[in-house]
Design a protein around this ligand. Structure first.
Ligand SMILES: C[S@@+](CC[C@H](N)C(=O)[O-])C[C@H]1O[C@@H](n2cnc3c(N)ncnc32)[C@H](O)[C@@H]1O
Length: 344
């Protein structure tokens, strides 16, 4: 199946031919991402490459959410999580029993909560605020935030139809929580409408970061905040991100922190034998576990966290489905960063 067929949601039949096609497609996508991350030159992607990278991203996530919604219950998070006592405490001020009942390990929720905890505003004192989550995935993160900030109007936006359908079917609630389909580089929201924009582990696949930041600046009210966590390579991607940020005059960057240690701590906990996350994953039907090539956490996550290869990764490497330095989109030189900007 080619990338241009990405938006179809019918499950594809498994055959050696389609497997090879998908593998090649995936390799090409990984290599595109690596190039986009490691190139030092600003604006180095040509428009044709940008289009193809976005098509691949759409295709890839449509398939992930299609599989996920076929097998999964709730807790359908697709981020690496964050592990920090202060964030956990902050959440428990709103939800005292949070992560006590063996329903979640709480790390993905912590990553989401971190983005609002860093804001220099008190949501409780400002009922009716509007918040947009760009790249919301299956909607769990925003659904969780809406439990901690019940008087805030929240919208999630994602490039995957499957993700948005899943999120609306499970979580949407009148004007307080809804999900829409859309592209981060062309957001379907009017000028100066929003108080806060959050963006969790999503922007690393956007082909044109400058266009994305200009959109964020356009849709925020003056004085509104943009709160973001994402992964960068220490070299190319981060250097380029800094130079792109300086070109978008309307955003004033007021905080930047390396949160790699807390993200690695979450991944390490999840990779421990018998962890909540492992048990959840092991409870999925075997065919799906194989089909989605295991969860990101067990592949890229463990490389980022410095955990030695397990037998599964060794096998993938032997089959040349996972090549060192080639399709590891999180090279050891990667870092996780939190950034906060205010619209002037
Ligand atoms: C790693 S997932 C993170 C999902 C969610 N934020 C979370 O933390 O659970 C990245 C998400 O970004 C979305 N995405 C990628 N490119 C996008 C774009 N150009 N516009 C909107 N969403 C995009 C993907 O569809 C995917 O759902």
């Amino acid at each position: 199946m080619g990338a241009s067929e990405a938006s179809g949601s019918a499950p594809s039949k498994f055959s050696l031919f389609s497997f090879r096609k998908q593998r090649d497609n995936y390799r090409e996508y990984s290599n595109q991402l690596i190039d986009a991350h490691t190139s030092e030159a600003a604006g180095s992607l040509r428009s044709e490459d940008e289009r193809r990278l976005k098509e691949h991203t759409r295709y890839y996530y449509e398939r992930i959410y299609e599989r996920a919604s076929a097998v999964s219950r709730d807790r359908n998070f697709w981020n690496f999580g964050y592990s920090g006592a202060d964030v956990l405490e902050g959440i428990r001020e709103h939800i005292p029993e949070f992560a006590d009942r063996n329903e979640t390990d709480g790390f993905s929720e912590q990553l989401y909560f971190y983005t609002v905890m860093q804001l220099p505003i008190k949501f409780e004192e400002l009922p009716g605020m509007s918040l947009l989550d760009i790249g919301c995935g299956g909607g769990e993160g925003l659904n969780f935030l809406s439990r901690t900030l019940p008087d805030t109007h929240m919208i999630g936006l994602d490039l995957s139809h499957n993700a948005v359908d899943w999120a609306n079917a499970r979580f949407s609630r009148d004007s307080r929580l809804r999900y829409v389909y859309g592209d981060a580089e062309n957001v379907p929201v009017g000028d100066s409408e929003l108080d806060v924009v959050v963006n969790v582990e999503s922007a690393h696949t956007y082909p044109d970061n400058r266009r994305f930041l200009e959109e964020v600046a356009r849709i925020l009210k003056p004085g509104g905040y943009f709160s973001q966590v994402d992964v960068y390579s220490h070299g190319g991607k981060w250097t380029r991100t800094l130079s792109t940020r300086s070109e978008v005059d309307q955003l004033e960057w007021i905080c930047d922190k390396d949160i790699s240690a807390e993200v690695r701590a979450s991944i390490r906990s999840r990779c421990e034998p018998g962890s909540f996350f492992q048990r959840q994953f092991e409870s999925l039907p075997r065919i799906y576990r194989a089909y989605i090539f295991r969860h990101f956490t067990f592949l890229y996550g463990r490389i980022f966290a410095g955990i030695p290869d397990d037998n599964y990764i060794k096998l993938l490497r032997r089959l040349r489905l996972f090549q060192a330095g080639k399709n590891e989109t999180l090279p050891p030189g990667a870092c996780y960063r939190y950034s906060l900007a205010r619209k002037r």
